[in-house]
Write a new protein. Structure first.
Length: 95
């Protein structure tokens, strides 16, 4: 569950970064770090991921993670939920 929570945390940041980039396509690492309260290195990683994803892909990633968290919290196998989430996320990123 901790890994699933970490993935969800990360993708929420990606979604927020994507929305900020939509409003300001020239937003850099420093601006993103300040806007999201992230360390500059973390902001750089989030920025790279957000720039490489469409809005549809970001939304689908959040749906995948929500489904996995719901499955894990409602008595289904948490390992299987995590595995399905990772496979789904990789497919979004072309992996």
């Amino acid at each position: 569950m901790r890994i699933l929570g970490a993935l969800s945390w990360q993708y929420v940041r990606v979604a927020r970064a994507w929305a900020l980039l939509r409003d300001d396509p020239l937003l850099g690492e420093g601006g993103l770090a300040k806007a999201l309260g992230l360390h500059p290195l973390a902001a750089k990683q989030v920025l790279l991921l957000a720039k490489g994803m469409s809005g549809e892909a970001v939304g689908r990633a959040l749906e995948i993670l929500l489904e996995a968290e719901q499955a894990a919290k409602t008595g289904k196998d948490p390992r299987l939920a995590l595995e399905r989430a990772v496979v789904g996320l990789c497919s979004l990123l072309g992996g």
